[in-house]
Write a protein that binds this ligand. Structure first.
Ligand SMILES: [Zn+2]
Length: 623
């Protein structure tokens, strides 16, 4: 029989009504069970709605998360609350209680216990203060702190790998997986006796066991993110587009540190992947049938997953969303219980760690002519690199804002945060003279072009080239150079020398540089051509704090090396001779860099030895 279009539509309608009727009847017989799961990740020590770096209130931290959790608990008292790691590192508060006041309960354990967390996955930053600090936190947490793929060296289980929770009669298995990049970033002594197994193989190993034990819903709480992301990842629905069109985030240097997409492709029996580590906001994404969420960072919101589960325990519907903490009132109960921790941390950041015998000026004064502040930051970076066993020849640093400086007198921790507002880590990388030259030419674009006979400048800010960013103007230690801003862009770097000899394009240098710049941030894509030798796990700022505390006294003349200037010299007028005559005139060596200081003392022979050592170490880094 031939069915015309009108009749076909009628048939469809009848079938639809019938299906809806049958569906409703079935639902009446057995309503699906709702399982609600909330996730935080990368909270990084934030409890109060306070920004220690900007010294002001900010909509973040567990007190705001607690308000969101209680709102959700009002709707579903049996919800699961999970944290995905990078929890006990990141603020001066947690730093203080991990390193200075270790006899008290870890503040994150105390607050998370009060909030009723059900489980947590160990993140890479959990190892930053050594295993004793992590073990103490685990012993204080009233919830399991887990990882299935971090094991003892002999392959035995070190941490709880998974738990199975009964939620409204549904058995929800939560498997913890951790990024495998830890051996690349962490100090060897902090991960002694541990090995980091492949996350996907580990998931394949444990999920059958979890199912044998009755789990019908599988959640992979994974301290790991997506290795590719939508080009405009903040656009509405961006994470629901076809993931094969997403772009590389440049994580190739540590393969599989962000493994969640590969996990979803390889292990579709996972119902939900709760992601982290990448500090991305993934409201929801579905890859190979696996729901993926990620809740940004610092307690600025939570991921919420809602599952509808049938009588047999199968997930029949799953949705994800990000609930922002912006303009949410913090939970007073959490503020009250954490008040001692917060007050102690504030007193700590306002405490004196050292003394400056003179000024280290900041802002434009320190950007348009060589000064002690950038030289100091570079000295700290070179010291940090040498301390890690990766001595560098050259360091570069920017003066991020106009407020940061040291005045003669007390140096407080808050002064360090003022100078170093970003939570950057340090990279040591090998670059060629050619890369270095191109980076300097890009650097020089910070300045507008001036007349070769330009008069003396009193306000250097007037020399800037339009809409430039101060944090993208790098000042280098370890090389000598001039930047002639009477020349057009691309032809400005002159007299570039290393240890008194002109830099050649194929010459190799070891560079100490922050992670932002190493990743090509600020348009410095040429640095991505360099070879990464080492990445720090700890932040430059924390190292700077320890460095100052260890030195006690900072003399700007110990740091200041006159190794760069702008041309034409007429710009500086009479003030061109800024360097006191007694100060050393560069030569590439920095008085505080153990590596370059050694070159200075011992000459070229040692260079070859260091170069060989560096090259051998390079082999340890996965390509
Ligand atoms: Zn992480």
């Amino acid at each position: 029989m031939k069915i015309n279009a009108g009749r076909f539509l009628k048939l469809l309608l009848v079938a639809g009504v019938l299906a809806a009727f049958l569906g409703a009847a079935a639902a009446n017989a057995q309503e699906p069970t709702t399982v609600t799961i909330l996730e935080t990740s990368d909270v990084h020590g934030h409890i109060y709605n306070w920004d220690f770096f900007g010294n002001a209130e900010k909509d973040q931290g567990l007190a705001i998360v607690s308000t969101l959790v209680e709102q959700e608990r009002a709707a579903d008292p049996n919800l699961l609350l999970l944290d995905n790691g990078d929890t006990i590192q990141g603020t001066p508060l947690i730093y203080y209680y991990n390193t200075k006041k270790t006899d008290e309960t870890n503040p994150m354990a105390a607050v998370m216990n009060a909030m009723g967390y059900d489980a947590m996955t160990i993140g890479n930053h959990e190892f930053n203060y050594g295993q004793d600090v992590l073990d103490k936190f685990i012993s204080e947490a009233q919830f399991p702190v887990m990882s299935a793929n971090i094991r003892n060296s002999d392959g035995s289980q070190k941490y709880t790998p998974y738990i199975i929770k009964d939620v409204n009669g549904v058995k929800v298995g939560i498997l913890s997986l951790t990024t495998v990049g830890i051996p690349v970033w962490e100090k060897p002594e902090n991960i002694a006796g541990l090995r980091f197994d492949d996350a996907i193989e580990t998931a394949k190993e444990y999920i059958p066991k979890m199912k044998e034990e009755g789990a019908t819903v599988i959640v992979a709480l994974s301290h790991s993110g997506a290795h590719v992301e939508p080009a405009d990842s903040r656009a509405e629905g961006a994470w629901e587009t076809d993931y094969t069109t997403w772009v590389d985030k440049g994580y190739a240097d540590v393969p599989d540190q962000n493994f969640i997409i590969k996990l979803a492709e390889a292990v579709p029996e996972i119902d939900v992947i709760m992601a982290g580590h990448a500090h991305s906001t993934i409201p929801q994404s579905v890859i190979n049938g696996v729901l993926i969420v990620e809740p940004y960072k610092w307690g600025r919101g939570v991921s919420k997953v809602t599952l509808k589960v049938d009588d047999a325990g199968n997930v029949i519907e799953k949705t994800g969303e990000f609930i922002s903490g912006a303009e949410v009132t913090p939970d007073q109960a959490i503020l009250d219980m954490a008040k001692d921790y917060q007050d102690t941390a504030l007193a700590y950041v306002n405490s004196t760690i050292g003394t400056a015998t003179g000024d280290f000026p900041g802002a434009y004064e320190a950007r348009w002519k060589d000064g002690a502040l950038a030289d100091f930051i570079n000295a700290v970076q070179l010291d940090m690199a040498a301390d890690a066993g990766y001595p560098a020849d050259i360091s570069l640093a920017a003066i991020f804002n106009n407020e940061g400086h040291f005045s003669a007198g007390d140096i407080k921790i808050s002064d360090v945060y003022g100078i170093y507002q970003y939570d950057n880590t340090l990279y040591v990388m090998e670059v060629t003279g050619d890369i270095l030259k191109r980076a300097l030419e890009h650097d020089a674009e910070y300045w507008a072009q001036v007349d070769p006979a330009a008069p003396a400048v009193t306000d250097p800010e007037t020399l800037l080239a339009g809409d430039v960013r101060d944090y993208n103007w790098d000042m280098y230690s370890g090389i000598d150079y001039k930047i002639d801003i009477s020349k057009p862009v691309g032809e400005r770097v002159v007299d570039l020398t290393y240890q008194g000899a002109p830099v050649t394009p194929e010459q190799k240098f070891v560079l100490a540089v922050n992670n932002y710049r190493a990743g090509g941030g600020g348009g410095y894509s040429m640095f991505k051509e360099g070879k990464i030798l080492w990445k720090s796990m700890s932040e430059i700022r924390d190292y700077m704090t320890e460095y100052i505390a260890a030195k006690g006294t900072l003399d700007p003349q110990d740091y200041y090396v006159d190794n760069w200037s702008l041309l034409p010299a007429s710009l500086y007028g009479e003030s061109a001779a800024m360097a006191p005559a007694t100060l050393p005139v560069s030569g590439g060596a920095h008085p505080d860099s153990s590596s370059t200081a050694l070159y200075f003392l011992l000459g070229g022979g040692l260079l070859i030895v260091v170069a060989v050592v560096v090259r051998r170490r390079t082999n340890r880094i996965p390509e």
